[in-house]
Design a protein around this ligand. Structure first.
Ligand code: FBP
Length: 262
């Protein structure tokens, strides 16, 4: 087992990261279902739920809102990001330094790497700089490992997701966030490929409570260390109910049906 540098953003060695970088990555369209989610305060309030081990946001949101929540929320600062307005080969602009993330109170950094993109080389070099600086600050390192680009036909195939989690291990992430590869076997391969470093499942677009919780249950049983989720929480009218159920599945090892009281 790899020594853990992620204690600040885990609970019982598991993570439930609430991601709220969608305003940059997808644009305000992601807030249309629940217009209150446009206001970062709404999502900071959601992140005070006991189940949430860290809130991932971009620099501007952290600057404006984290000072009011630093006693109740662990901050994971996402250092790079790209808007949906960008039409080129997958790439992600570094918009915040590790030093500044530390100054803002972050306990962890988040960094996207698009393995397989024509920009993979520069992204990995940027990740190297951030990862080593994070070590100096004792901050955890979370990699959004999303292979994609013109050379990749299927970015959620079992082999691609296993490769994605392995990239996290090889490049020095404490936690690697991958897309769900579609089956328990594929998720297990991805977790085994990370060889003791943590793999968390990415949430994806909103689905029903039962479908979502069942997928999370499958991922956990396959060896995942938790979840990094955005839309499936903040696009719900009652995110607290779903977080209660996620807490039961992730930290109390309940089934999805038990968590829903079925
Ligand atoms: P979701 O749970 O809403 O899928 O969020 C996870 C996440 O990684 C976000 O951090 C990010 O904004 C988004 O997905 C990026 O997804 P994609 O690049 O596939 O559009």
């Amino acid at each position: 087992m790899i020594p853990s540098a992620d204690a600040a953003i885990t609970r019982d060695d598991k993570a439930l990261i609430l991601a709220y970088d969608h305003g940059l990555e997808h644009g305000p369209v992601d807030f249309e279902d629940v217009p209150e989610s446009t206001d970062p305060e709404t999502v900071f309030d959601i992140a005070t739920h006991d189940a949430v081990t860290a809130l991932a946001v971009q620099k501007g949101i952290a600057e404006g809102y984290y000072p009011s929540y630093e006693d109740d929320v662990e901050l994971l600062l996402k250092l790079n990001g790209t808007s949906n307005l960008w039409m080129g080969e997958p790439n992600s602009a570094v918009n915040c330094s590790v030093d500044y993330a530390a100054e803002l109170g972050a306990k962890a950094i988040g960094f996207t790497v698009y393995g397989g993109s024509n920009h993979e080389i520069e992204m990995v070099e940027e990740f190297r700089e951030a990862q080593e600086a994070a070590r100096e600050h004792d901050m955890s390192v979370v990699m959004w490992s999303y292979p994609r680009g013109q050379g990749l036909k299927n970015d959620t195939s079992a082999g691609t997701i296993a490769y994605a989690s392995r990239l996290g291990l090889e490049l020095g992430a404490d936690i690697t966030k991958v897309k769900y590869p579609g089956s328990a076997e594929a998720m297990q391969w991805a977790c085994e490929s990370a060889a003791g470093s943590k793999v968390v499942m990415s949430g994806g677009s909103k689905t029903s409570d039962r479908d979502f919780l069942s997928t999370v249950e499958t991922a956990m049983r396959a060896g995942a260390s938790g979840l990094a989720v955005g839309r499936n929480v903040f696009q719900r009218e009652n995110p607290t109910e779903l977080l209660d159920a996620l807490e039961a599945v992730i930290f109390e090892e309940k089934t999805a049906d038990e968590a829903l009281g079925l």
